[in-house]
Design a protein around this ligand. Structure first.
Ligand code: ZN
Length: 422
């Protein structure tokens, strides 16, 4: 087993050691794993993410810096330092100097220690035990064994957790036997594997078994900020960020909110009200626009019908819109065919993507209209010549031509009109 320097102190960022073994990567991506006699690198475990850093071969001229990009715990208890690139490979017996990325470690310690406090707060206040912990790149989360966590409970747990932070309680590490641990009433007892347990105690608040790296006093967590909560299979997931991340997150939120406030020329806290107003306003405007378009389409349809003379007991309206979209073309076609006068509407929109709408007044009996046509079939016929797609029923059909293909839709309408003999 590799001797773990981080067990004794989370503040060891530099250390000297000796290479015990080098395991050439066997699985893709091909990586080389270095095993040391002792290490301060923390391997991914217990929800806490691994450290990164450097190994420098001190036996040489001291120039061979190897980037450690991942650290994992092997089943036999050895810690494997995976190198980013297998250059200047160290050999067993080589002396190395290890440096871990202190900023990354500090961040992980804040998140992980904050999790202890938060889990204990939820247990103390609401008897909600934590069943799992996840540390992501942006935020962390705990899953609580509770079907529902209210906003009020979130706020109260956040308050209690930060109270523990402000009190700057000492965080101590000690080792006890399993039998002793069982008597101590730990927040969470790990599965029976080890005889000796490493206990982390936040003075007079939390006691749990953990192999992670922790701050020396709760004040170093900085602050604990709870974010959203959501229902998950095993209960409720609560997102949170601690310390530096809480500052970063608050800064980002503030930036987004300020930008929104700037757009409305409003104060930050007035943004929700402004958005509500704006949503209402755009709903109203959309309705007004639709009503106006409806009236316009109807007026245009009546004017067209008025100027047409009847052929074979119906009026045929052929119209291309160069500045109105297919939705308006459709509306117009519907208006033309629903006034009571038997009519056929062959309508196109030349606005990209161009489209066609063919419609006719639904006849009670075919004889009401001379030479009734099948609009769906007619549309398919004219579109097939230009690679367009569309279809519909006997009385209404809609389709489009390939966008940007430079197809003259007006010409297609003339072909369609000629086919139905108008
Ligand atoms: Zn821990």
């Amino acid at each position: 087993m590799t001797k773990r320097l981080y067990y004794d102190s989370s503040e060891i960022h530099e250390f000297d050691s000796v290479v015990v073994d080098v395991a050439p990567g066997s699985s893709a991506p091909l990586r080389t794993g270095v095993i040391l006699r002792e290490t301060a690198f923390y391997p991914t475990s217990g929800g806490q993410v691994h450290d990164t850093g450097w190994l420098t071969l001190t036996g040489n001229d001291g120039d061979d810096r190897l980037r450690v990009s991942e650290v994992a715990e092997a089943e036999d208890g050895r810690i494997v330092h995976y190198l980013e690139a297998p250059v200047g490979l160290p050999l067993a017996g080589a002396a190395v100097h290890g440096s871990i990325d202190a900023e990354r470690r500090r961040d992980h310690m804040q998140q992980h220690s904050g999790q202890h406090v938060l889990s204990a707060a939820f247990l103390e206040l609401y008897q909600m035990p934590t069943v799992s912990f996840h540390m992501g790149d942006d935020y962390c989360s705990i899953d609580l064994a509770a079907p529902l966590v209210s906003l009020e409970q979130i706020i109260e747990a956040e308050k209690r957790a930060n109270q523990i932070v402000f009190e700057n309680r000492p965080v101590r590490v000690r080792y006890v036997s399993r039998a002793e641990a069982e008597k101590l009433g730990l927040r969470k007892l790990p599965p029976a594997e080890r005889d000796e347990l490493r206990l982390i105690e936040i003075a007079d608040f939390d006691l749990s078994a953990c192999g992670g790296t922790h701050v020396a006093a709760s004040g170093q967590i900085g602050s604990i900020l709870l974010r959203k909560s959501e229902k998950v299979r095993q209960g409720t997931r609560v997102e949170f960020v601690c310390g530096g991340r809480a500052i970063g997150m608050a800064r980002r939120d503030y930036g987004a909110l300020s930008e929104a406030a700037g757009l409305f020329s409003a104060q930050l806290w007035d943004v929700p009200e402004q958005i509500r107003k704006s949503v209402e306003e755009s709903k109203l405007l959309r309705k007004q626009k639709n009503d106006a378009l409806d009236e316009l389409a109807e007026a245009m349809a009546l004017a067209e019908l008025h100027s047409q003379s009847e052929t074979n007991g119906r009026k045929v309206v052929v119209r291309t819109f160069s500045d109105r979209d297919i939705n308006f073309a459709k509306l117009f076609a519907q208006k033309v065919t629903r006034t009571g006068t038997p009519a056929v509407a062959l309508v196109a929109s030349a606005v990209d993507p161009p489209g066609l709408v063919f419609a006719q007044t639904t006849a009670q009996t075919p004889v009401q209209m001379g030479a009734p046509a099948d609009m769906g079939a007619l549309l398919k016929q004219v579109l097939s010549s230009v690679g367009g797609r569309g279809g519909g029923s006997r009385d209404f059909a809609q389709g489009g031509v390939p966008a940007g293909a430079n197809i003259n839709v007006e010409q297609l309408l003339r072909e369609a009109a000629a086919t139905i003999g108008s």
